[in-house]
Write a protein that binds this ligand. Sequence first.
Ligand SMILES: NC(=O)c1ccc[n+]([C@@H]2O[C@H](COP(=O)([O-])OP(=O)(O)OC[C@H]3O[C@@H](n4cnc5c(N)ncnc54)[C@H](OP(=O)(O)O)[C@@H]3O)[C@@H](O)[C@H]2O)c1
Length: 387
Amino acid sequence: MSDNNSRRRFLVGAAAVAAAPAVAGLVGPTTAAQASSRPAGNGAPARTATTLTSRRRLGRLEVSSIGLGCQTMPGNLYGPVSSRADMIKIIRTAVDQGVTLFDTAESYGPFESERIVGEALRRVRDDVVIASKFGWNIDPDTGQQLPGLNSRPAHIKRAVDGMLQRLRTDHIDLLYQHRVDPQVPIEYVAGAVKDLIKAGKVRHWGLSEPGPQTVRRAHAVHPLTAIQNEYSLMWRGPEQQILPLCEELGIGFVCWAPLAYGFTTGTINPYTRFTDGDFRAFVPRHSQENLTANMPVVQLLSEWAVRKGATPGQLSLAWSQAQKPWIVPIPSATRTSHLLENIGTEEFAFTTAELREFTTALNAIPIRGERLPAFVLALSGVEAPLP
Ligand SMILES: NC(=O)c1ccc[n+]([C@@H]2O[C@H](COP(=O)([O-])OP(=O)(O)OC[C@H]3O[C@@H](n4cnc5c(N)ncnc54)[C@H](OP(=O)(O)O)[C@@H]3O)[C@@H](O)[C@H]2O)c1
């Protein structure tokens, strides 16, 4: 262990208690909600750091090297959660454990994730970074999700006022456009955000799942701090254009679904059945056939988990962090054990040789099935119209 690591205390968290087999695919039928975290690959208790000390930079914004995604906390995306009070406790535990980046959006709930985040963080507001997103066509008064997207400047400004109330704050540290609106030039969106920055309501901004030309045009109006795209062992699309573009322009990168919705933790397998209302049931990559075809990724992770004394989930997060120093994964967790296990990733790193070896093996595995349902996927990589 390095000097830096040696001063850290370890605890055997609840992550170590669950006793599922180390090699996923050998477990019997589960529901996704029943699946939990496991021992490290070598059978030792999963290491769960008590304090996350490492920091990364997204543009000029410093954040913890792992953030916490809060999308699933309202309990209407991946199935029900234990309770709202528990979600608030998890966020506060994350703060206590050194997490500083919290990711939400007006559409999560809608509104309820922001309310949970606002309540949980109100006493530590100045010590944390809150990221939220606008862009879906949500009625600012009722929270009703209307069809399509809406990034018209007047709508953005109203949406942000609502966010500030729900988040119990006077500013949003990082405001993203959730999806590019094909009806609104990005220059108008950037102009609206620039006004919000001037007014002190927003500090930094970013785009989620944008087309590359839209990134350039947005960045020219006001520098972007981060792009937030899906990126994991199961979806490496950003390596083609977006990551090189981020490097060129000095923009940070936040990966959503860094655990591939839980698949790369080894707790989802072809026997998994998603509960009613679990969005993951509609993801083509999660058909029984595709889950079966994709199990070699979990097998690879399980082998490396034994080698590194980590869990498959920790290796997944460490792999995304190893790609670039300005990449920050934001796994969601609605169980404290998962949160602590994910934070424990800090204890692991791939050496350059290991990263090469692991990635070579990964490259040889064909990934089957689209990452999102077609109607959602169609909203990714969109270029905004010209003014
Ligand atoms: N910009 C966008 O368009 C966009 C889209 C989707 C998501 N996001 C953001 O990205 C965040 C993360 O994405 P995501 O939730 O879709 O995917 P994810 O983080 O890849 O996966 C979350 C799933 O993995 C499980 N999990 C977490 N840690 C685990 C562990 N150590 N062991 C076993 N299972 C574990 C969670 O279970 P439990 O809940 O039971 O702990 C949950 O079911 C969201 O919260 C949101 O903030 C952004």
